[in-house]
Design a protein around this ligand. Structure first.
Ligand code: CAA
Ligand code: NAD
Length: 284
């Protein structure tokens, strides 16, 4: 396997832009792909804001910021994947969308290229199955906000080879993140444990046990969580939270994973959390 040098990130949303930023910070050339130029530009403005804050705080120089941004280029066409060594997909949490992307990438990418997905919960094996290279498909699950959080959960699909696992592990270390190896089961480790807690907090609100502020305060002040579970749900995105609960419910077949009706109602209303301006709380 050749060393990884060129990277393509698919989806310039909150996760994709963060992944592109940390890859460029580590010296990789990055193509950042989205379906519309305005989505790429929104991602670029988030990366620029993050890097400007680093400059203000004395963590980076203006020259370093310019060099990092200079390694990131816009892509609006999946054909741009034809010369990269790894593709990290961070489009929406939807199996049909991801399978369609992976099918196309399989036909475009070089034969040695690794196809990774940042999915929060969708089975890696099922995404890999639509390609002719399931042994080169892997989960590379970054945490939000990507520039801050140290973990990358690396998920082996059923067919993923040791060689591909090692290459992704090595890249993760280059990104100054800590890799943790996990097998392909619904929700992996992170979201199998985190999301039922968030869903339970939503049930507590739904059943009138306490106000949203009280629920968040209990977990923040009582358990030292940096954010309360309802604030964290808004931060992750309520659509993503609902998708993950549905995957846990369907994949593990236990009623304890049933998504709270209030979560469904908020998503149906378009109250998706911070990214849409309203979730459990209001945002500017
Ligand atoms: N991008 C880049 N940097 C950010 C940032 C962002 N979106 N948000 C905060 N930061 C940086 C700030 O610059 C700050 O750094 P300095 O102090 O060195 O400048 C540092 O993080 C702390 O930020 P703040 O002081 O503004 O606020 P805080 O102390 O409350 O920390 C937080 C913010 C790091 C987000 C913290 O609240 C936290 O850890 N929250 C929980 C995050 C979490 O649980 N993430 C996992 C979500 S689940 C997931 O990702 C998996 C999935 O599949 C759904
Ligand atoms: P987001 O809604 O912020 O961004 C998704 C981006 O993908 C959008 O810019 C959208 O235009 C783009 N997109 C949609 N279809 C596309 C396509 N066919 N080709 C290219 N781009 C496309 O979502 P997000 O929060 O960044 O989540 C992205 C992925 O990361 C999801 O799979 C999610 O489950 C996962 N994830 C999310 C979090 C989180 O806390 N939000 C954490 C870890 C992993």
């Amino acid at each position: 396997m050749m060393g990884i040098q060129k990277v393509m990130v698919i989806g310039a949303g909150q996760m994709g832009s963060g992944i592109a930023q940390v890859c460029a910070q580590a010296g990789f050339d990055v193509k950042l792909n989205d379906i519309k130029q305005e989505f790429y530009e929104r991602g670029l403005s988030v990366m620029t804001k993050n890097l400007s804050r680093d400059v203000e705080k004395g963590r980076k120089t203006e020259e370093e910021k310019a060099a990092i941004l200079g390694r990131i280029t816009m892509s609006l066409d999946l054909q741009d994947a034809s010369d990269v060594d790894i593709i990290i997909e961070a489009a929406v949490e939807n199996m049909e969308v991801k399978q369609s992307i992976f099918k196309q990438l399989d036909g475009i990418a070089q034969s040695h290229a690794i196809l990774a997905t940042n999915t929060s919960s969708l089975p890696i094996t099922e995404i890999a199955a639509v390609t002719n290279r399931p042994e080169q498909v892997i989960g590379m699950h970054f945490m939000n906000p990507v520039p801050v959080m140290k973990l990358v959960e690396i998920i082996r699909g059923l067919a993923t080879t040791d060689e591909v696992y090692k290459a992704v592990e090595e890249m993760t270390v280059k990104l100054a993140k800590t890799p943790v190896e996990v097998n392909d089961f619904p929700g992996f480790i992170s979201n199998r444990i985190l999301l039922p807690m968030i869903n339970e907090a939503i049930y507590a609100l739904y059943e009138g046990v306490a106000s949203k502020e009280a629920i968040d305060d209990v977990m923040k002040l009582g358990m030292n969580h940096p954010m309360g579970p309802l604030t964290l749900a808004d931060f992750i995105g309520l659509d993503t939270c609902l998708s993950i609960m549905e995957i846990l419910h369907e994949g593990l077949g236990d009623s304890k994973y049933r998504p709270c009706p209030l979560l469904r109602k908020y998503v149906a209303a378009g109250w998706l959390g911070k990214k849409s301006g309203r979730g459990f709380y209001m945002y500017e």
